[in-house]
Design a protein around this ligand. Structure first.
Ligand SMILES: Cc1ncc(COP(=O)(O)O)c(C=O)c1O
Length: 410
């Protein structure tokens, strides 16, 4: 497989070779045997942004590995949010650090819902939304996305009605931008959500971990900047955009009418993030902009490459061009691969069903199995295209070959 080409200089996705990536010990590269190309979990095949690496190197050289202090992370996010998204009302004193986005979501849900209350999710959606919500003793209600894979406000209205009937304090857990579809919700769509939530007395918690990854042509709208969202929360982090999942730290942000709720969060939650995590995430938001822009260009090129690869090698597989994230949600139902009802509960990410099982066994390409994303996921796979064009090309070529060689019982 070809290494980096001079013309691609600057694109973080073309720096590391497959051999270098295989030396990594993170789950993406260790879950499967070495002949498998891993395009599943949301890790990126990039080196660290120099601004982040420098900060970490300095801390290690200095032995600066104690506890975190101060509000630099929130200040850096505030500057980034004003600069990129025009979010001028961001208030550092309406934020708190949390260990990671999912833990932050659980802790915020504990503030605004009671055990047994309903939490609405827009399926298909990031599988831990199911597991973490139910492990916290709340009940998941699905409001499936529409056929265009965008938010379905009639489904939300109905789900909010059911959620109200189930318990006193329901919530909506929004994924903005949406994983796995890559949809970046528009302001008018979010305003309609806020209006519905207000009418039904539903508190909104918006997971904005993919926010910096709005791709050219799309504009990210922070939920807290939407009219009617004053009592909502957002959770964000530099972890997806700058590939910092191993350096945990995230921020919970409260709207003006949710700040009092946020102050009730138990103190120990803010003890979770590590000092190195906070340093890295702060550096990413503060000084990682130029690197991010090169990454976004690389991801934009990869999403176009993916379209042409699918057209050539897997013409029966369809998808909507993602507007953000580095995830493509591939509809494989027309491949004719059996899509019998999955045995697993939504949210059980460890198990593979068709067609992810088929592509792993026959193409040696690891993808995320659609069925664990909840209603609407069976027959789909999620492909992570935050990799080099060479690996992406090899993976889709292999998938196409496997589909062409399919036997009836496959
Ligand atoms: C939508 C979404 N939320 C949360 C997470 C996990 O974030 P964290 O590791 O900060 O909990 C991911 C990871 O891919 C994600 O896609």
């Amino acid at each position: 497989m070809a290494g980096p080409t001079p013309s691609a200089a600057g694109n973080p996705l073309t720096v590391l070779t497959l051999d270098e990536l295989r030396r990594r010990s993170s789950v993406k590269w260790r879950m499967h045997p070495p002949d498998v190309l891993p395009l599943w979990v949301a890790e990126q095949d990039v080196p660290l942004a120099p601004a982040v690496a420098d900060v970490l190197r300095r801390a290690v050289d200095l032995g600066d590995t104690g506890y975190p202090h101060g509000t630099a992370y929130a200040e850096a996010l505030g500057e980034f949010a004003a600069d990129r998204w025009g979010w001028t009302g961001f208030r550092v004193d309406h934020t708190t650090v949390v260990p990671d986005v999912m833990m932050g979501i659980v802790e915020v849900l504990r503030l605004v819902t009671d055990p047994g209350d309903a939490v609405v999710v827009c399926s298909p959606v990031y599988p831990p939304f199911y597991a973490f919500v139910s492990h916290a003793g709340r009940r998941v209600i699905e409001a499936p996305l529409g056929p265009d894979l965008r938010l379905d406000h009639a489904a939300l209205d109905e789900a909010f009605r059911r959620a109200r009937a189930l318990g006193r304090r329901p919530a909506l857990l929004l994924c903005n931008p949406h994983n796995p579809t890559g949809v970046v919700h528009r302001r008018d769509e979010l305003e309609a959500v806020a209006d519905l939530a207000d009418r039904h007395g539903v508190r909104v918690v918006s997971d904005e971990i993919h926010a910096p990854l709005a791709l050219p042509g799309a504009e990210f709208t922070p939920y807290l900047t939407v009219a009617g969202a004053e009592n909502a929360f957002a959770l964000t982090s530099a972890s997806k955009a700058w590939n910092l999942a191993g350096l945990k730290a995230a921020l919970a942000v409260a709207g003006p009418r949710a700040a009092a709720d946020l102050r009730r969060m138990p103190e120990e939650v803010s003890h979770g993030p590590s000092h190195l995590g906070v340093l890295a995430h702060t550096a990413a938001f503060r000084a990682g902009g130029p690197w991010l822009d090169r990454l976004l260009d690389g991801l934009d090129a990869n999403r176009t490459l993916l379209e042409s690869l699918l057209a050539k090698h897997l013409p029966a597989v369809t998808h909507r061009r993602p507007e953000g994230t580095y995830l493509a949600w591939l509809d494989c139902t027309a491949l004719g691969i059996p899509t019998e009802a999955p045995a697993d509960e939504p949210g059980v990410a460890s198990d593979l069903a068709w067609p992810a099982r088929f592509f792993l066994d026959r193409a040696r390409v690891a993808l995320s199995s659609g069925h664990v994303f909840g209603t609407g996921g069976a027959g789909f796979v999620r492909l992570n295209f935050a990799t080099s064009p060479a690996i992406l090309t090899e993976a889709v070529t292999r998938m196409g070959r496997a589909a062409d060689a399919r036997r009836p019982q496959d």
